[in-house]
Design a protein around this ligand. Structure first.
Ligand code: FES
Length: 152
């Protein structure tokens, strides 16, 4: 029985541009596992599909067991055609540092769906969220308002 090790899986044919974006997402996180949710977003938004080959690819990129990637993917919905999904970390560090206020502020914004995730790998700079595959940490009310308004 595989005890938490990544399993071998068939590899999908990954367009070079998609692979480049995926590697850039992984590089943006202190730990590759932190990129798991943004990579799921990337695959789902770019391919509109999900299967074991994509799970294997994401597992390899993040050092996460395939079964874990599958489980997380199954709990997600395909992105809707309109609106934007923002993943807000509600892990322990982020909860202590104001994740609830971040969620409440984002839920006030039209056309944004807030999805709670457990740890984006940026605990030391909590609270954190991921938007369009990019990590935003050290969120303050002012910074969050600027992000919502489209500023960086
Ligand atoms: S608990 Fe939020 S990034 Fe780890």
């Amino acid at each position: 029985m595989n005890q938490g090790r990544p399993e071998a899986a068939a590899r999908p044919v990954v367009p070079e541009e998609l692979a480049d974006r995926a590697h850039a997402i992984v590089a943006a996180y202190p730990e590759p596992k932190g990129a798991l949710h943004p990579l799921l977003d990337l695959v789902l938004s770019e391919t509109g599909s999900w299967d074991g080959t994509w799970a294997g690819w994401v597992a390899q990129l993040t050092g996460t067991p395939v079964v874990t990637v599958h489980g997380i993917a199954r709990s997600r919905r395909l992105p809707e055609a309109d609106g934007e999904e923002i993943a807000v970390c509600t892990g322990l560090s982020c909860r202590w540092m104001g994740a609830e206020a971040v969620c409440q502020r984002l839920q006030e914004v039209p056309n944004i769906r807030v999805v709670a995730v457990n740890c984006l790998g940026a605990c030391s700079a909590a609270p954190a969220m991921a938007r369009n595959g990019r990590l935003h940490d050290g969120l303050t009310p002012e910074r969050l308002d600027a992000l919502v308004a489209g500023d960086r």
